[in-house]
Design a protein around this ligand. Structure first.
Ligand code: FE2
Ligand code: FE2
Length: 172
């Protein structure tokens, strides 16, 4: 399949997505120190891996999907999912800072669960939409040359996104 590299990338990201759920399960069940580590790990994954991946897709994948569909605006709903990931990551960042200085209150534990389960459900569903709807479309309609070009552009965009930290990371 032409889009195999992107499927592989999702496969590599997915165990980290599962850890968002595990971190949510752990809130209120483990020590403050253990929870801090889980939150740090989740936050690191989101800011260093998932958000750069999403930014690269906005730049180099979705425009190709839009062109193939003959409707450039069709991918706006998927880009909106990426924005939501950014918003939930900001919420997580705030909670992370609160947790850094004191054991979490019951309210903070509930908030943390909400944010982490929300991210888990959103990202899992989002991956499924890309893999089940967008990638088969590209497999069917892109020439190997077009696919090659797209993957090169995606790689460049991802590298760029990793080097240029998001506003979120700049803030901390
Ligand atoms: Fe995406
Ligand atoms: Fe993706």
């Amino acid at each position: 399949m032409i889009t195999q590299p992107l499927r592989e990338e999702h496969k590599a990201l997915f165990p980290e997505v599962e850890k968002l759920r595990i971190a949510a399960d752990s809130a209120g069940q483990v020590s403050a120190k253990a929870l801090r580590l889980l939150v740090d790990e989740a936050y690191g994954f989101l800011t260093h891996h998932l958000i750069p991946h999403a930014r690269a897709e906005d730049e180099a994948l979705y425009p190709v999907v839009g062109r193939v569909m003959g409707a450039p605006e069709a991918t706006a709903t998927m880009s909106r999912d990426h924005i939501e990931v950014g918003k939930l990551t900001s919420d997580l960042s705030r909670l992370r800072l609160e947790l850094a200085t004191a054991a979490p209150s019951e309210v903070q534990v509930r908030e943390l669960r909400l944010v982490l389960y929300g991210l888990y459900a959103l990202v899992k569903h989002h991956f499924a939409k890309e893999e089940e709807i967008y990638l088969p479309l590209l497999d069917e309609r892109l020439t190997p040359e077009e696919a090659h070009e797209m993957f090169e552009a995606l790689e460049r965009a991802a590298e760029h996104a990793k080097q240029a930290p998001s506003a979120e990371r700049e803030a901390h």
